[in-house]
Design a protein around this ligand. Structure first.
Ligand code: DAT
Ligand code: MG
Length: 149
């Protein structure tokens, strides 16, 4: 089953939106394989956002993601990566569709509340960056047969 890495960014934690954001993924049916609260170090932030190094917004991005605790989780389900991206909304909250997390709670691209992997390769790399194999729990829910076909 496909896995994706989700981060409730520091603004989401500070604004008391951890539960709201997790709920939106959870009620879609995605299964939580791992979940923890951490403060991202500059070293981890640089590895996670390596693809953006050199861009004008990169220093601000590293400052923002390391500025306070975050909640990181691994979600699984068929098409989890794309489904999570839909639930999050477009990178710029002002361009995100109403009903998405970024549109419903955000205004600015640098305060867009949530991260989600953008493809299978990045998902695998990001999951391994934040979680050990032992932290990734394999289990089934009694409701899985009502959610997964
Ligand atoms: P996403 O988080 O939707 O995957 P991304 O990977 O292109 O978007 O960029 C990572 C983060 O960097 C994004 O959530 C917010 C910030 N960012 C991206 N483009 C930006 C820009 N043009 N100006 C300021 N911040 C930007
Ligand atoms: Mg991205």
């Amino acid at each position: 089953m496909e896995r994706t890495l989700i981060i409730v960014k520091p603004d989401g934690v500070q604004r008391g939106l951890i539960g709201e954001i997790i709920t939106r993924f959870e009620r879609r049916g995605m299964r939580i394989a791992a979940l923890k609260m951490i403060q991202i170090t500059p070293e981890l932030a640089e590895r996670h956002y390596a693809v953006h190094k050199g861009k004008p917004f990169y220093p601000g991005l590293i400052n923002y993601i390391t500025s306070g605790p975050v909640v990181v989780m691994v979600l699984e389900g068929n098409g989890a990566i794309e489904v999570a991206r839909q639930t999050m909304g477009a990178t710029r909250p002002a361009e995100a569709a109403p009903g998405t997390i970024r549109a419903d709670f955000g205004l600015e691209v640098g305060r867009n509340l949530v991260h989600g992997s953008d493809g299978p390769e990045t998902a695998a790399v990001e999951v391994a960056l934040f979680f050990t194999e032992a932290e990734l729990l394999s289990y089934s829910r009694d409701t899985d047969r009502w959610i997964f076909e």
